[in-house]
Design a protein around this ligand. Structure first.
Ligand code: SF4
Length: 291
């Protein structure tokens, strides 16, 4: 009869390998003295003990490998979660935590979280009463805003003022800001022409917008144009399909998107401009229904 012995050849359960069939032994079955039979039985007992011991090592090593693998999986999961969290937590370390609007505005002057600080004259932070219940969010400052350091003071801002008056909303009770706080532009002759911020720049600047929302606690947020709407409502959001609708959002009790006033300025003719202005005012009037 042959008995295969599994022999452990490593230092630890996770390092070792089993060597199958490394040894065999023959038990002779010839007749002999009683002492010799006892010796054979004792030898057989020893072999069986050894096999049982080594079998338990196999089970232990498998359990150990399983536990090790589970721990490793959990570590990987933990690391993956950390990596997933990292962009949100550290994308803009210039934003102070739990800060007031004043403190945020001061801190934003030094922000270098994306390259737009090199292009713009200065950071153009949000502006308005800290008790404002309405927050209007545009795309980015324009040429005049960049020079003055204030949001919505250029031609689009003047059109917004006029629309707010028509809608019956006091601009002094509105907080206005932008999704991106630096002016992105490209030269055309002597002029600086507006250039749409890209997704990375919008993402880098989003923590400022989040901090403004956290400090202001607005009841109503109105996104003006696709960049602001997509920054706050997701990249799939389409202003053309859902303008003027209040949407469910964790950002505020009432969140809506409409067009940016600069799009009305770019209308191809006077009739279209008038029509677009009417629609814009109608969207803004909805604010009063929930204010
Ligand atoms: S655009 Fe926003 S994130 Fe980029 S540097 Fe200016 S303030 Fe910072």
């Amino acid at each position: 009869m042959a008995i295969a012995i599994r022999k452990w050849s490593g230092d630890t359960p996770s390092q070792g390998k089993f060597d199958f069939g490394a040894q065999s032994s023959e038990i002779c079955s010839h007749s002999g003295s009683g002492g010799r039979n006892w010796l054979l039985l004792f030898s057989l007992f020893l072999r069986l003990s050894e096999i049982l011991y080594e079998s338990s090592m196999v089970v232990n090593s498998r359990v150990s490998a399983k536990v090790h693998s589970m721990c490793r999986s959990e570590s990987i999961l933990h690391l993956t979660n950390m990596v997933k969290r990292l962009p949100d937590d550290s994308i803009n370390s210039w934003v102070p935590l739990n800060a007031s609007l004043d403190e945020l505005q001061k801190a934003s002057k030094n922000c270098k979280a994306c390259d737009l600080w090199k292009l713009g004259t200065q950071t153009v932070f949000g502006e308005g009463m800290p008790t404002a219940k309405i927050m209007l969010v545009g795309e980015q400052p324009g040429n005049q805003e960049d020079l003055e350091g204030k949001p919505f003071v250029g031609p689009a801002g003047k059109l917004l003022d006029a629309a707010l008056v028509e809608a019956g909303i006091d601009r002094k009770k509105v907080y206005v800001t932008n999704a991106v706080k630096h002016f992105k532009w490209e030269p055309r002759g002597k002029r600086r022409i507006h250039k749409k911020p890209n997704a990375a720049e919008v993402a880098a600047c989003r923590p400022w917008l989040d901090a403004e929302i956290a400090a202001l606690h607005p009841k109503i947020i109105v996104c003006l144009g696709a960049t602001a709407a997509q920054a706050l409502l997701g990249r799939e959001f389409r202003v053309t399909q859902q303008r003027g609708e209040f949407l469910k959002s964790p950002l505020a009790p009432y969140v809506m998107a409409t067009v940016h006033p600069s799009s009305i300025l770019r209308a191809p003719d006077e009739a279209t401009r008038k029509e677009e202005m009417k629609r814009f005012i109608a969207d803004l009037r909805k604010i009063l229904e929930v204010h």
